[in-house]
Write a protein that binds this ligand. Sequence first.
Ligand code: 6PG
Length: 251
Amino acid sequence: MKKINLEILQEKTFASSIAEEIVTVLNYAIEEKGFATLSLAGGQTPSGIYRRLSRPPYDKQIDWSKVYFIWGDERYVPLDDVNSNYRMVNETLLNNINVDKVKILSVNTTLSSYTEAAKNYSEILKNKLEGNLDFDLVLLGMGSDGHTASIFPNDPLIDDYDPNSFNPEKEDLALGVINPNDSTERITLTPNLIFNAKLVFFIVTGAAKSKMLNEVVSGSKSEKEIPSKLSFKANANVTWFVDSFAGKDQR
Ligand code: 6PG
């Protein structure tokens, strides 16, 4: 069983601790090559961290205009919809920091279908990132069913993951998927792209996730059953940041 890099953080310093890590990683990338690429997690969990990043001292500790913002997944809804990850990130982070709008690479959910939106997003990433597809940092959440981004259990796209065969010239970087929990339409980055990153941070909080975290840490289910376990095959350096509720059985 692969040993996972698990950090159990106290609630009161959870957002600041992770904000600190994100600032360090992005600044290192900016110093090294003049820009940084950050793929954002959706859902509720990261919103507190995004808010923390948009407030002192972190809001001024990075030249945010040098950061490319990518969405790990998106719901096929209007950008002002309450369920939009774009809207969540805008409200909690982007509206409050000094970004370069050209580097905000969001999913165009106004296109005619979720599959069209995915195809278009794949092209946006290929064109705008000019081959820089080993993201400096990917933030991921985990659902209580073990999904991550919008890679849901038993989705055939899981079978296509091969950490050593990533070929962006020949493959899509984003796909249209259906969330089996509520049949909603989504766009997700592929596992090949997500786990081609240099660094991956999973951010998992709340007692409702503790059972699934146990499964990830010490269970024997496959990545088809628990897509978050795709990270075990990744070349990326993966760290799990969990709060004491999600991590209550991990001490
Ligand atoms: C999404 C996410 C998804 C999320 C998990 C956890 O768009 O919903 O990308 O993968 O990270 O479902 O969601 P919560 O943080 O809301 O528990």
